[in-house]
Write a protein that binds this ligand. Structure first.
Ligand code: NDP
Length: 303
């Protein structure tokens, strides 16, 4: 199953041993399908393919597959994990962090006013605490780069992490303590039942006054009215959002015009088709050898 004609063109070159079927265009017998690749397959689709050997998610987050209540649990689901994706996300995070930390908007405004205003950093880099909700493949990659730049870095995850110079918090009981020590909060969690809505009023209240929030995981992590309220009362100083509950973000959303919100259209880290298809080709070879790729998700934890 291929998501678009763009992918079909590439699969001819990359998956040269496979017969590629384009969903919605080609006729096929459901029993003839061995592998599926998609971002978000139509609900019930995978359950209708009786001989499916594995499903490949074209992105890092598999919520588009596992939100299907009829996902066939016997079918291994492989997610995309790759250095190119982690590096691109880290670039995005650096951009948003430094725009805030180095006060670039202030200097933009000064330039527009024709003013030479030599303000210094509001907080030294060594005193700036960056906290990751989620320290998986991408979060831990980005965290290490921010440590190298001199920031104080911490993270909250389900299992403890042993990353030099990073303070690791785990489990629900440690969440408030983690948030209490964060000036810039980054959400890079997997979207599951446990993490949906985690960026809410209670979470924001636990952050120090003036904290900045970056959500690059999924829109469903964020309760948008709670964010707007926390910004409007001055508790949060700003937010950078790449993902939204509804995408494209509806034109009437108050987020568009909010002075303290930076919006990007889900482009923080984009799966490069050539890289993903190499990854899938290699993954299929692993299954065909009777083995299992390391990046098969745990259906029980849903990530
Ligand atoms: P991983 O699955 O490697 O990491 C997920 C992290 O979430 C892990 O650290 C995991 O903890 C943590 N987690 C999951 N459930 C809980 C919980 N209940 N409590 C605490 N921590 C929890 O994912 P990636 O790092 O590869 O990607 C993260 C997300 O980023 C993706 O799911 C996707 O939604 C998003 N993404 C967005 C992109 C964009 O362009 N905006 C591009 C790419 C990804 P533990 O480590 O203990 O297992």
């Amino acid at each position: 199953m291929i998501v678009s004609a763009k992918w079909k063109g590439l699969t001819d070159a990359k998956l040269d041993n496979a017969e590629v079927i384009v969903e919605g265009r080609d006729d096929y017998a459901p029993g003839s399908i061995d592998y599926v690749m998609s971002f978000t397959p139509p609900p019930g689709k995978l359950a209708s393919l009786p001989n499916l050997k594995a499903a490949f998610c074209l992105g890092a987050g598999v919520d588009g597959f596992l939100s299907d209540p009829n996902y066939p649990r016997r079918v291994p689901l492989v997610r995309f994990v790759d250095r190119t994706l982690s590096a691109e996300m880290t670039q995005y995070l650096l951009l948003q962090i430094l725009m805030h930390h180095r006060r670039q908007r202030f200097f933009d405004a000064a330039q527009r006013a024709g003013q030479w205003r030599q303000e210094t950093l509001q907080r030294r880099t060594e005193d700036t605490r960056i906290g990751f909700l989620g320290l998986g493949a991408i979060g831990s990659f980005a965290a290490k780069r921010l440590i190298d730049l001199g920031f104080q870095v911490s993270g909250w995850s389900r299992t403890p992490k042993d990353i030099p110079e990073l303070k690791s918090f785990t489990g629900d009981v440690a969440l408030a303590a983690f948030l209490g020590e964060v000036d810039i909060l980054i959400c890079l969690l997997a979207l599951t039942r446990q993490t949906a809505g985690i960026l809410n009023a209670k979470t924001f209240a636990a952050l120090p006054k003036g904290a900045f929030v970056i959500n690059v995981a999924r829109g469903a992590h964020l309760v948008e009215p709670d964010l707007i309220a926390a910004l409007d009362c001055g508790h949060l100083s700003g937010a950078a959002l790449d993902v939204f509950a509804e995408e494209p973000l509806p034109s009437q959303s108050p987020l568009w015009a909010h002075a303290d919100v930076t919006i990007t259209p889900h482009i923080a880290a984009v799966s490069q088709p050539q890289v993903v298809l190499d990854y899938i080709r290699d993954g299929i070879a692993v299954f065909e050898r009777g083995e299992t790729p390391a990046t098969v998700v745990d259906i029980n934890t849903a990530y």
